[in-house]
Design a protein around this ligand. Structure first.
Ligand code: UDX
Length: 441
């Protein structure tokens, strides 16, 4: 099918490339000529493993092209995916300005029936809003609105797109559902489950799924606090819980709190949607509070381990909100580094992908070229993001480089017994082997 994807940010680009890989003819559009120019010259503006290859392959096979001519793309294509940003407003609600602009542009250039699909995470009711815009200004042509939320994880977005757990389709007529099944035909034949429902349910599925996953993380992070207070081990507790098939083992990794482009934004948006309807979504409100407190708690963990941090140097390994991404949005390292700087610490830091983006956020951070340069002369080493290269550090070398053998591991990457045997004072999250934590209790 001929498809236009409007918005070539993270979601749009992965969606466009993935849909082309399914055999569709795709035009990815954006209003930013510099971005389209770069893409036409083979430059991918975001860091996502495998994205360059899939874009290159589909451009080469002439199923994928990039354009700033929205009007032409709208006229040419039967299906139009909206994948523009829905950034949070000051009150946490999603800003729909860009989605509405695109809907108006589609309405203006409609020259036949169009399937308009929202891929961006949009508040419940947005599908109906777009339908109204198309009805009011669509030159008498029929625009059918479908909700088809994405569940892409940064770092594994291509795999998530090509082999999703499910495809959610929210539509109100049979023809739209049939067209969506045609677009995703290869997934249908792979027997990936399709959840077909109405537009509102589909919009809510995205928020409910992300809200539930965020709840799991905040829950295990609070269990980790309990473990520290009681002398238990959060990894054993998580395993003991996760083996119950009703709970499942995933998303029970305790750490410094969740960040990224989705969980913080979507949880506060769904809380806001509930409030607009006169309801307080209490669990989600608590998840947001817990996440903020957990992030702040990490500052205390480092300070407790070092003592007074004034004038002390803290080496931070990992800046991005998770490995395999350059994304700094809501990264737990932001309150951590700012909190330590406020207390007078000097920060040295290294991240394999996120240094450029970090420079826009922090001041007075000394950026280093690798883990060893970062550790050199520091009073403590903090593992803040679990990039693979931090899982296999040459510990003997790190020990020699640090002023004192102190590691604070916020991602529970290492085995506490081993670290003790290697001569480190090792502090992690929610593990009773953490001698200092126990002493504090
Ligand atoms: C998430 C969802 O997984 C995806 O379906 C949605 O479309 C977008 O949001 P993403 O933000 O890329 O994807 O990352 P994810 O791997 O889900 O991790 C989010 C955050 O939770 C990270 O900060 C991560 O470190 C944290 N996390 C995750 C934990 O602290 N513990 C866990 O067990 C899992």
């Amino acid at each position: 099918m001929e498809i236009a994807v409007i918005g070539t940010g993270y979601v749009g680009l992965v969606t466009g490339a993935g849909l082309a890989d399914f055999g569709n003819d795709v035009i990815c559009c954006d209003i930013d000529p510099a971005k389209i120019d770069a893409l036409n010259n083979g430059l991918i503006p975001i860091y996502e493993p495998g994205l360059d290859k899939i874009v290159e392959r589909n451009v080469h096979e002439k199923r994928l092209r990039f354009s700033i001519d929205l009007a032409e793309a709208i006229r040419h294509c039967r299906a139009i995916f909206i994948a523009v940003g829905t950034p949070p407003k000051a009150n946490g609600a999603a800003d729909l300005r860009y989605v509405e602009d695109v809907a108006r542009t589609i309405a203006q250039h409609m020259n036949g029936p169009k399937l308009v699909i929202t891929k961006s995470t949009v508040p419940i009711g947005t599908g109906r809003l777009i339908e109204r815009i198309l009805d009011e200004s669509g030159n008498g042509h029929k625009g059918s609105v479908v909700s088809n939320p994405e569940f892409l994880r940064e770092g594994s977005a291509i795999e998530d797109f090509l082999k999703p757990d499910r495809v959610v389709i929210g539509a109100s007529d049979k023809e739209s559902i049939a067209l969506m099944k045609e677009i995703y035909a290869p997934l249908h034949s792979l027997e990936i489950p399709f959840v077909v429902t109405n537009v509102e349910s589909s919009e809510l599925i995205k928020y409910a799924a992300n809200g539930f996953l965020a709840t799991k993380i905040s829950f295990i992070n609070e269990v980790a606090v309990m473990c520290e207070l009681l002398g238990a081990n959060v990894q054993d507790v998580a395993r003991g819980m996760g083996l119950d098939s009703r709970i499942g083992p995933k998303f029970l990794q305790a750490g410094p709190g969740f960040g990224g482009s989705c969980f913080p934004k979507d949880t506060s948006a769904v809380a806001d949607i509930a409030r607009q309807y006169g309801y307080e979504f209490e669990i989600i409100e608590a998840v947001l509070r817990v996440n903020k407190n957990i992030k702040q708690r990490m500052v205390g963990k480092v300070v407790d381990a070092i003592g007074d941090v004034r004038g002390k140097t803290v080496a931070i390994l990992g800046l991005a909100f998770k490995p395999e991404t350059d994304d700094m949005r809501d990264s737990p390292t932001i309150p951590l580094i700012k909190g330590l700087q406020e207390k007078g610490a000097v920060i040295r830091a290294y991240d394999p992908g996120a240094i450029e983006n970090s420079k826009k956020i922090f001041e007075n951070v000394i950026y280093c070229g690798d883990a060893y340069e970062t550790a050199d002369g520091a009073d403590a080493l903090v593992i803040a993001t679990e990039w693979n290269e931090f899982r296999a550090l040459k510990l003997e070398r790190i020990k020699k480089l640090l002023k004192q053998p102190l590691i604070i591991d916020l991602r529970n990457v290492y085995d506490p017994q081993r670290m003790k045997a290697e001569g480190f004072t090792y502090i992690s999250v929610g593990r009773s082997e953490d001698i200092r934590v126990r002493e504090r209790v």
